[in-house]
Design a protein around this ligand. Structure first.
Ligand SMILES: Nc1nc2c(c(=O)[nH]1)N[C@H]1C(S)=C(S)[C@@H](COP(=O)(O)OP(=O)(O)OC[C@H]3O[C@@H](n4cnc5c(=O)[nH]c(N)nc54)[C@H](O)[C@@H]3O)O[C@H]1N2
Ligand SMILES: Nc1nc2c(c(=O)[nH]1)N[C@H]1C(S)=C(S)[C@@H](COP(=O)(O)OP(=O)(O)OC[C@H]3O[C@@H](n4cnc5c(=O)[nH]c(N)nc54)[C@H](O)[C@@H]3O)O[C@H]1N2
Ligand code: SF4
Ligand SMILES: [Mo]
Length: 751
């Protein structure tokens, strides 16, 4: 129960990347979230919430909460151990791998989910002393292809100005359920209502978003490359490109036009399952529009030709001049860059391209399960559940057990934790200050550091503290340094602290590695109550204030020299609903494009375009005649952030959606059980007939199939883990992203 006059505390929802601002009232005992409402003062969500935010207490209060470090026993069970033992053993074992085989054989996975990116920042504290080099996270199974293409064409990832675009296109994206931009449901309704605006949805499924669209292009599953190539070819062949704009802003038009002049549009239309007239008329509509904004997501990113599709969709709006002005696309000015498309060499065993520092998720297990001398021999996983969320769960279980040592930091005993040698309990995202770098707004961009709602219980620690303890056990923290910096703070204040930190770093650059943990232990002690975990952002703020001074001053924040960085940091740790840290103009977007010139010509991808008409795509076989969309966003899915199945108000089991005609052919009725089989495995699933589904295409939701203790404490699994059915080999040739949305499958009735 809540007292009616209980204080409304300010925080954010952690169930998707939007992190909408939330006001909560706690129960009288102060331990649970009793009521939630939107936070009007939050700069991004401005009071908006979707149906999921009212369920946040299921994240905070849970029967599966980890309360103590756990060590795996010989029989696969786990025993609680104390922190000192855990840290000492982990540091010793990881140091042994480093000393025998090299620190680059210790792999880091994770660092944050939809609501928490600070573990990733603090992880450096232990990674650097261990000499770790290779890492990855979930972005390398969805967005790295898009980031790579965006970097090469525009110098960075561009976001759409959806609220002002005349034509909005959602490509393999269902924002009604998955959001992906602020206040999505309100925006989509506004687009639908306005007769001057056109909403186009490209999705084999008639989604909730498609219901509101002016044009729904129900592309044949996995054939978006042909559809988009046909549209780009229409622009070129009907001379609909914006030559004036391109002459001023872009390079490479001739090379691109040369390839698309030869593309057979009728063949493209045919292969994508759409009429040629529709392909052409949609391209004309885009060419005629005042402004166009496009959002691609998993429907194409986790699918065949995904990197090529990221390129083709950009050509569509760049050839028509839809970048760098209102209603089109912009590269945002971030406090950190989550969307780097830089190439950083290749992975040590598979030789897979590393984008933005991330090894493709789909090659990680093959870099463990091998006798190659460069294989990973140890793994550190935090705030990620790769056994459940990456392709081929059974291979992941095998890979984790093959390692010499594995460590998981989480709030719950997850599918991944159950394979680890050590499991360390973290405080929840409502027990410490947390934040994400998912901030892509423009012309004003904001950052939200959430203040904690609860005191952490005895047992779990902040990730910062865990990494710092490991660094200390490794002997990487100079004796007395922490106390010295605390003393400086007490005697010389922030200015003196700044000077002391920079002097120390200049004397010993190796300290840069442990700096995040050191900030937590020093600066963290003098921050407002509960905000200690925000300490590492101090360094981020200083970096930002140096590189983006004008955008920061334009927000009204003041400070001479380095005081400006401190002023931003102080604002972040004291403003409960977030702070605007960047105020820009459209000309600033152009300043971020290298040389101010958009690069249209990407030769490798143009070569792919040139052979699309000769390709005869055949995704299915006689053995596997269906395509499974493995992991769809529905009204009650949120990755694996909430594990208690009771949080779902509908679709409790996460049914297999199948077109009624397909179901009839297979003798499958509503509520019946079907066996779905793929190359990787077979699962029994509950069937739901759904006329939104494209024939031949079936879907299972993401985030299902999690273990959770029932009232007697017995673990029960609800629904199907999609990645028991996926394979790591089905992946993009450039960046290794998986083809989860078109997994060949067979479906049979089970009596
Ligand atoms: N409710 C909810 N929201 C979430 C999440 C969640 O778990 N639950 N997760 C968050 C995360 S991590 C992400 S990355 C985003 C993902 O957000 P989305 O990408 O929107 O999510 P999905 O439902 O996986 O896929 C989008 C659409 O792709 C379509 N699709 C399938 N095959 C094809 C195809 O061949 N071509 C095309 N054009 N479309 C196809 C599907 O029918 C589906 O409607 O959602 C975020 N938001
Ligand atoms: N087949 C298929 N697979 C998919 C998808 C799909 O569409 N199809 N979607 C993919 C996508 S786009 C994504 S983003 C991934 C998401 O998959 P993951 O990257 O595994 O992310 P989450 O499910 O958010 O899991 C995050 C973990 O963080 C833990 N956690 C929560 N709070 C804290 C905290 O404060 N500290 C620590 N240390 N841990 C915490 C949670 O308990 C959970 O175990 O799944 C991917 N998997
Ligand atoms: S799940 Fe809903 S309320 Fe939560 S952040 Fe996403 S859009 Fe906002
Ligand atoms: Mo994601």
């Amino acid at each position: 129960m809540t007292a009616d006059n209980a204080e409304w505390k300010t925080t954010a929802c952690v169930l998707c990347s939007l992190n909408c601002g939330v006001k909560v009232q706690l129960t009288e005992d102060g331990r649970s979230i009793a009521r939630t409402r939107g936070d009007e003062a939050h700069p991004g969500s401005r009071g908006y919430l979707c149906n999921k935010a009212s369920r946040l207490n299921y994240y905070q209060n849970r029967a599966d909460r980890l309360m103590s470090p756990m060590r795996r026993c010989a029989d696969g069970s786990y025993e609680p151990i104390d922190w000192d033992t855990a840290i000492a053993e982990i540091a010793e074992k990881l140091a042994a791998v480093r000393d025998t085989h090299g620190g680059d054989k210790i792999f880091y996975y994770g660092g944050g989910g939809q609501g928490n990116h600070l573990p990733g920042a603090y992880s450096r504290t232990s990674m650097q002393p261990l000499g770790m080099q290779y890492r990855s996270n979930a972005l390398a199974q969805e967005k790295t292809g898009e980031f790579w293409v965006a970097q090469r064409m525009l110098g960075g990832w561009a976001h759409g100005d959806f609220d002002h675009a005349q034509v909005v296109i959602f490509l393999g994206k269902n924002p009604w359920q998955s959001h992906g931009f602020s206040r999505a449901r309100i925006s989509i309704r506004e687009m639908a209502k306005d007769p001057e605006r056109t909403l186009i949805v490209i999705d084999p499924k008639r989604t909730e978003t498609a219901d509101l669209a002016d044009i729904h292009l129900a592309v044949t599953p996995a054939r978006d490359a042909w559809l988009l190539a046909g549209m780009v070819a229409t622009l070129v062949q009907e001379d609909l490109v914006n030559r004036t704009w391109l002459a001023e802003h872009a390079a490479g038009l001739d090379a691109v036009a040369g390839v698309f002049l030869d593309v057979d549009i009728a063949d493209c239309a045919d292969k994508s399952g759409l009429e040629e007239a529709t392909v052409r008329s949609t391209a004309r509509l885009i060419a005629r529009a005042d402004s166009v904004a496009v959002l691609e997501d998993l429907g194409v990113q986790m699918n065949r030709h995904s990197t090529l599709v990221s390129y083709l969709q950009r050509l569509l709006w760049l050839l028509t001049g839809n970048f760098g002005r209102p209603g089109t696309h912009y590269t945002a000015n971030g406090l950190g860059n989550l969307a780097s498309g830089d190439e950083n060499g290749v992975s040590p065993v598979a030789g897979a391209r590393i984008i933005g520092g991330l090894v493709p998720c789909n090659v990680i297990t093959s870099e463990v399960l091998t006798d190659h001398p460069n294989r990973y021999r140890a793994m550190f996983i935090e705030s990620g559940n790769p056994v459940h969320s990456l392709a081929d769960s059974s291979r992941w279980r095998e890979a984790l057990r093959a390692l010499e040592v594995s460590v998981v930091i989480d709030v719950a005993m997850t599918e991944t934790a159950r394979q680890a040698d050590y499991v360390l309990p973290a405080t929840t995202q409502y027990e410490k200050a947390e934040a994400t770098f998912f901030n892509f707004e423009f012309p004003d961009n904001y950052f939200h550091v959430r203040q904690p709602l609860f005191e952490p219980p005895e047992g779990p620690l902040d990730e910062a503290e865990i990494h710092m303890r490991i660094a200390e056990a490794l002997g990487a923290v100079p004796e007395g340094l922490e106390q010295e910096l605390i003393d400086v703070l007490a005697t010389a204040g922030r200015e003196g602290f700044r000077e002391a930190v920079f002097t120390k770093l200049a004397e010993d650059p190796a300290l840069l590695g442990i700096a995040p943990g050191l900030l937590y232990r020093t600066l963290g002690t003098v921050l407002p109550a509960g905000m200690r975990n925000a300490a590492t952002l101090w360094a981020v703020c200083h970096q930002y204030a140096m590189s983006s001074r004008a955008a920061l001053l334009a927000t009204g924040l003041e400070g001479e020299g380095m005081d400006l960085g401190d002023a931003l940091f102080d604002a972040l740790v004291s403003e409960p609903s977030g702070v605007i840290f960047s105020r820009e103009q459209w000309s600033d977007v152009w300043a971020r494009v290298p040389g101010g010139t958009v690069q249209l010509e990407l030769p490798d991808l143009l070569a792919d375009v040139a052979q699309l008409n000769t390709e005869s795509p055949e995704e299915t076989t006689a053995e596997f005649p269906f395509l499974l969309s493995a992991g769809e966003r529905r009204s009650f899915t949120a990755n694996t952030i909430i594990r208690n199945p009771e949080w779902r108000r509908k679709d409790a089991q996460g049914a297999l959606f199948i077109n009624p005609d397909d179901a009839a052919r297979l003798n499958l009725g509503e509520g019946s059980t079907a066996r779905i089989s793929t190359r990787a495995g077979a699962q029994d699933v509950l069937v739901a007939l759904n006329d939104r589904m494209h024939k031949g295409h079936v879907s299972l939701p993401n985030g299902m199939g999690l273990d959770y203790p029932d009232a007697e404490g017995v673990l029960k699994k609800t629904g199907t883990s999609p990645n028991e059915l996926t394979s790591s080999e089905l992946r993009d040739e450039y960046v290794g992203t998986p083809w989860h949305k078109s997994v060949p499958a067979r479906i049979e009735a089970v009596d």
